[in-house]
Ligand binder design. Sequence first.
Ligand code: ATP
Ligand code: MG
Length: 338
Amino acid sequence: MPSPLLDLFAGRLGGRRAVETIIAHRTFSDVVLPPRTRAALDEALSLVHSHELIFTQWGLGEKHSSGLGLAFNFAGPPGTGKTICAEAIATVLGKKLLSVRYAEMESMWAGETPKNVAAVFRMASEQDAVLFFDEADAIASRRTTGAAQAYQRESNTVVNVLLKELEAFNGVVIFATNLAVNFDPAFERRIRTHVRFEMPGVDEREKIWRVQIHPTKTPLADDVDFRALAERYEVSGGDIKNAVLKAATMAAAVPGIDVAKKIYQAELERAMGEVVEGRGVMQQSLFGEGQPSSDDRLMRAIEAAETRWQKSAQVAIAVGGVGALLGIIALVVAIVRG
Ligand SMILES: Nc1ncnc2c1ncn2[C@@H]1O[C@H](COP(=O)(O)OP(=O)(O)OP(=O)(O)O)[C@@H](O)[C@H]1O
Ligand SMILES: [Mg+2]
């Protein structure tokens, strides 16, 4: 039976759903991870396995009603595989993935967020789904004490509701955050394992290029050299995926019969160049990682304003000086004539 709440949540905002049920099909064979990330994820997986065994097969979930959930934090830069791994965990468990874009949920239903957080936990229970809070930085880090603004009071309530729900939820919850989050200590205590998603090294990048194409159907020209691409571009798996799709679009648009079409190295290089360039523009506008903090930006804006002011003052003094000089000349001329 479809849940009415699900219908409400599935409403679109700018094409992205705030809450979405994903029938998990991707597996860990679709993911290439650096060794340390892989090891941390294996630890998380073994916890998932024993959790399933103890609480489902051994029936202890039916005997106890709290402290049963298993929460992980997947932390890492964009495009490093957090979402695929959450899906792969759901696949391992044979469950659906209920994906919640926290930031969108918050902006879509301001004032309703604590209620909605409780609702998604209920939905995940009903659907026996793995619950995935994507873009959860805001949820994880915010809790203020003392006198607070209305929006801060709401976010405090959200964290409190979340902690209560986590305590009562008998399943797997995965949060995805970036690396810079300072966790609320109460929240941190509920997280069993932090899996740090690192940027792929050159060997991983080479493998990711390969997993992004179809092993038999994608027509690659003989000059394609994934090692060279991996060495040249230090990018995330998400960037590689985007470049492969872009290059394929370029190759398909070349005039001629389809069977003669191939993806060439030059197209892969051009596509990767465009992806990197596009990302640069995004980061500038979003002040992403590696960008100056808001304080730095504020300081720079103040310095720029001061410099502008000094320049204007200099111009005003110069203009004033010229004016005075012209006045003296006029006076001298008037005296001489007179
Ligand atoms: N480690 C990887 N191995 C293979 N493919 C990858 C890897 N990382 C990313 N990709 C590719 O990039 C796509 C985007 O990755 P994914 O959505 O999992 O990244 P993410 O870490 O969740 O990023 P974001 O923080 O932007 O949500 C994947 O669907 C996959 O095709
Ligand atoms: Mg993601």
